[in-house]
Design a protein around this ligand. Structure first.
Ligand code: DON
Length: 316
């Protein structure tokens, strides 16, 4: 019998004592000064039972994890039309890489690298003003999490605006290929604000519940997206959610997951749990060092890897 409460408590204690914690992102100034000693974890089971460890209620910058929610919105609004403007293949490159865009005519490999997420912002902007769309994104994530306290950290958004030279390069380059319909600055304004959403592990795991429930929002019983789309978002998280570290994450953890340079990771055990971890120290590929380790241990101890053969509960 899996004792999830004990597993989560043990992992929390192990992570508090872990010596190798990585280094917080340096290129976005407000993220550089977050204390690397922080670690939080929230596991929400399919029946709503919630297990917390460490700094699970401390808000952090979700950064690229927001790309999952923006993609969900874009699929809801535009459906499969988005796939003519963004691909579905792992890039094998860094999250902010520009190299493939030249040979691939300004079509980003997937919606989870920066270039792909900027295209998704551009798609969402159709017929909207940036401020209106940013407000809609905030309302969407508050609804998913069932929590009105979620906010956008304007200081982080401003810092990204001032230092995001690579993102400006990506957006301008895609504009030159005709794959942005809006002015690059407008698409980037939306992108920087979605990256600056601040959520705690508990709020993030709550917001991810629809992905463990075949697209259904447990609060209302209504579908956020169809079961097919939820399955496909999970597939993209597995193959592309950790950039050039996605293969390693699948190998070690075996769950769909999406990381952000704020040190968070959202991971989904389909039918079983929505999990959020946070520790600001990153590995060389921009993924949370302790977040990955915590999820590796959770998936192994709970038997949640999607590659595990199903075993009768009592036989574990
Ligand atoms: O655009 C950026 O570089 C950041 N706002 C987000 C990057 C990110 O989270 C990559 N994830 N590991």
């Amino acid at each position: 019998m899996v004792d999830l409460a004990a597993i989560v408590a043990d992992i929390g204690a192990e992570m508090a004592a872990a010596p190798e914690r990585g280094v917080p992102a340096q290129y976005i100034p407000p993220l550089a000064c977050v204390d690397p000693a922080r670690f939080g974890m929230a596991v929400i089971e399919a029946d709503g039972t919630c297990h917390l460890a460490g700094d699970a209620d401390m808000p952090f910058s979700i950064q690229s994890i927001s790309k999952v929610f923006a993609l969900t919105m874009a699929l809801g609004r535009e459906g499969d039309r988005i796939w003519s403007r963004v691909g579905r293949e792992p890039s094998g490159s860094a999250f902010n890489s520009i190299v493939q865009l030249e040979t691939e005519h300004g079509i980003p490999r997937n919606p989870f690298i920066n270039a792909g997420a900027i295209v998704v912002s551009d798609i969402l902007l159709a017929r909207h003003e940036p401020r209106e769309l940013i407000g809609e994104m905030l309302r969407f994530i508050r609804t998913l999490a069932g929590d009105e306290d979620i906010f956008i950290d304007e200081a982080v958004a401003r810092a990204e605006q001032q230092t995001g030279f690579r993102n400006f390069a990506l957006a301008n380059y895609m504009k030159a290929f005709g794959n942005l319909q809006n002015d690059p600055a407008r698409a980037l304004g939306v992108y920087f604000h979605q990256c600056s959403l601040a959520l705690s592990c508990r709020q993030l795991a709550m917001a991810g519940r629809f992905l463990m429930r075949g697209g259904v929002n447990p609060e209302t019983g209504f579908n956020i997206v169809s079961a097919e789309r939820a399955r496909r978002i999970n597939a993209l998280m597995l193959t592309c959610g950790h950039y050039d570290g996605s293969g390693e994450f699948a190998f070690r953890v075996g769950l769909p997951g999406k990381s952000g340079v704020g040190g968070g990771i959202l991971a989904i055990a389909p039918g079983k749990a929505s999990v959020a971890v946070w520790s600001p120290g990153l590995d060389a590929k921009g993924n949370s060092q302790l977040g990955k380790l915590a999820l590796e241990r959770l998936a192994a101890r709970a038997g949640w890897s999607i590659f595990d053969a199903p075993v009768a509960e009592g036989a574990r």
